[in-house]
Ligand binder design. Structure first.
Ligand code: PRX
Length: 653
């Protein structure tokens, strides 16, 4: 269990503050207490009502849940629909002029995109994709930054029935190539460059390197954003603006089955190979639109800002599909929160009158560190609801958020969910539940959750164990792309018939859920999942490295930070330059997010007699904890040496 978890346990013992929803919020809230009762009485009927009310089906489903082939659950199986239609076309009669996105580029350029604008662009791009031979079921990789053409590309895929695989724009060429290969994507959509802290990230160059390695790609589409020089390969590469200009804005949305795949999104597991999480259409849209409506209490005049990147599931569900299905006005910002100054986010809140704001604890801790003067210099009085996601939030950061950003008037929804769950699973309903700083409170209506011990018994209130989900839910992942066995192994084999989430969790005496971090070899760096094995594999791919062990250690800012222990090949000297090189190497192989914060060289790594590296011990060392008995190790003497090196701070960035 991560040490963030241990800290959380300690904090939780002293946490007795509770915040009831403000009275004004309660009366007008979308979610009233009765929805808990409704869902409790018949969870399938609850989800069915949501599916029928929130979605315009082409053919209404008669089936709600099909569990004949569990754990390969299916939802609304015989229904047909189109997600792009549900996000765009159906809003045009009543509100085509409504703003879909207030978009802001990092350099300060602004765009206002209405539902009509978005619809026309999506139709054009859908026709362009068809023109390039993209067919229903084909995989399309999307490797972009936070520009409006990113949701356009996703919705165009959804419109024609192609399966999108968005690869976060901060990933390296290697990571992109692995994901293209795994999905055998036919086409990749990218941009010339992306703005990041005033410099240009050359996404097209990275794509060229990846595509050279990938046989499945026949075409590359390039959005012009930074006007940096790029090489266009004839017959393979196309400018987005040329395709759009030539394409018609008439496009008939494809009739998709509820269970056709919508997208693949890769996430880290306990091995080096990322898992392609598969989401489908009808259940996913039901899950994201329902939770978006109730958890964020969305009203027609809200200005809603989920400040995540669309490259992660948070952006898929709560920047694109959920909010657009609910005809919401959103904000999209391209760049870094401190560019050009640390006022940037608060300027945006003030400029658009943002009412609902959703971000990650790691960002909140950074805002705290920067100082209160930045938010204090702006009018944030439009805000009425705040949310967090991605990792456990420490009570101190929660209190700061509530006070400094929310002016003590905004309920906070701490939402626990995963790439796999597709939609929010544990969360307060903001007009119903009294919140406690650091707790994700209770399961969303219709969601079954529990805390199990090792043997699969439910742990009584007051105790801790493993978080499990006890009922299927509409937005659940359907499988791991190309690897159904791994789907069953990872999520459904620890306990019979329940979903194993991989998170530690404790419930207090009132049944509130307190998340305690990952229990497997997955780290959570600034809310992003990185597996220890993935980083180890990258390190040993370097010519100087013989062996590597990686652990996550507690970090005040990023939740966890990556600590690497490396044994070099004989004859290689462990210098400061080499540390720098190895860090750069991991960045390049995976992503800057995966850069080890510290690297310690050791002649050997602590191993059990059966040869297993003692990660737990390395974690203790890196967190400077008292070490227990190490005499059972095959090579106990190495521990003192490593501890001394780590203490000397060698390899700290
Ligand atoms: O460990 C949990 C943590 O993030 C993991 C899921 O990561 P990912 O699939 O990248 O999705 C992140 C955004 C949905 C979980 O297994 N996590 C997510 N939200 C919370 C959280 N931990 C504690 N509290 C949360 N609110």
């Amino acid at each position: 269990m991560s040490s963030t978890g241990n800290e959380a346990i300690e904090n939780l013992l002293s946490e007795d503050r509770s915040f009831p929803p403000p009275a004004a919020f309660v009366d007008a809230a979308n979610a009233q207490p009765s929805i808990y009762q409704e869902a409790e009485a018949d969870y399938l009927a609850f989800w069915r009502r949501q599916a029928l009310e929130r979605i315009d089906w082409i053919r209404e489903p008669t089936v709600t849940l099909d569990d004949a082939d569990a754990p390969f659950f299916k939802w609304f199986t015989d229904g047909t629909l189109n997600l792009s239609y549900n996000c765009l076309d159906r809003h045009l009669d009543t509100g085509g002029d409504k703003v879909a996105y207030h978009w802001e580029g990092e350099p300060g350029d602004l765009r206002t995109i209405t539902y009509s604008d978005l619809h026309a662009e999506v139709c054009r791009f859908a026709n362009a994709l068809i023109g390039l031979g993209v067919e229903r079921g084909d995989r399309v990789a999307i490797y972009m930054g936070m520009i409006p053409e990113l949701p356009v590309a996703m919705l165009a895929c959804a419109r024609i029935g192609a399966i999108h695989s968005v690869v976060f724009g901060g990933f390296s060429s290697d990571a992109l190539a692995d994901r293209i290969d795994d999905a055998t994507a036919k086409l990749v959509i990218t941009q010339d460059g992306a703005w990041r802290r005033g410099s240009i990230v050359p996404l097209k160059d990275f794509t060229d390197v990846a595509v050279d390695r990938c046989e499945s790609i026949t075409d590359v589409i390039v959005v012009r954003r930074c006007e940096n020089d790029v090489t266009m390969t004839e017959d393979r590469d196309h400018w987005y603006h040329d395709l759009i200009e030539e394409a018609s804005s008439d496009n008939e949305p494809a009739e998709m089955s509820a269970e056709d795949p919508l997208y693949i999104l890769y996430t880290s597991g306990t091995t080096a190979k990322p898992k392609g999480i598969v989401h489908t259409q009808g259940g996913y849209l039901t899950g994201v639109s329902t939770t978006h409506h109730y958890v964020f209490d969305i009203k027609p005049d809200d200005v809603y800002w989920c400040a995540a990147d669309i490259g992660w599931v948070t952006g898929h569900s709560y920047i694109v599909y959920g909010p657009l299905a609910n005809h919401t006005t959103g904000v999209m910002y391209e760049g870094a929160p401190d560019t050009p100054t640390k006022n940037r986010l608060w300027e945006i809140v003030e400029r658009y009158g943002v009412t609902v704001f959703y971000t990650a604890p790691t960002a909140i801790r950074a805002f705290m560190k920067w100082g209160d003067e930045y938010p204090a210099g702006h009018d944030l009085s439009s805000l009425r609801l705040l949310g967090t996601v991605g990792e456990p939030i420490n009570p101190e950061a929660w209190m700061w958020y509530q006070r400094t950003i929310g002016g003590e008037r905004c309920p906070i929804v701490d939402t626990w969910w995963q790439t796999e769950t597709g939609s929010i699973m544990l969360t307060p309903l903001p007009g119903v539940v009294s919140t406690k700083p650091g707790s994700a409170t209770f399961p969303f209506p219709g969601v079954g959750a529990d805390v199990f011990d090792e043997a699969g018994n439910s742990v009584p209130l007051g105790g801790g164990g493993y978080l499990v989900l006890t009922k299927p839910w509409p937005a659940m992942l359907r499988t791991i792309y190309g690897d159904p066995d791994r789907y069953v192994d990872t999520y459904w084999s620890k306990y019979d018939g329940v979903y194993f989430a991989g998170d530690g969790c404790k419930r207090d005496d009132e049944g509130y859920y307190w998340l305690l971090g990952r229990v497997d070899d997955v780290m959570n760096i600034s809310g992003h999942r990185i597996s220890t094995t993935e980083v180890e594999s990258a390190l040993v791919a370097h010519e100087t490295v013989a062996e590597a062990a990686v652990v996550g250690r507690a970090d005040d800012l990023t939740g966890e930070a990556i600590a690497a222990f490396v044994t070099l090949r004989s004859g290689v000297e462990g210098t400061e330059e080499l540390i720098k090189e190895l860090r750069g190497f991991v960045s390049e192989k995976i992503s800057p997010i995966a850069r080890p914060k510290s690297i310690v060289f050791a002649d050997d790594l602590p191993k059990t007699r059966s040869g297993k590296i003692m990660r737990r011990l390395l974690k203790d060392i890196s967190e400077e904890r008292q070490l227990g008995d190490v005499t059972t190790l095959a090579n106990a003497d190495v521990v003192q040496e490593i501890a001394a090196m780590a203490e000397a701070g060698k390899g700290e960035e």
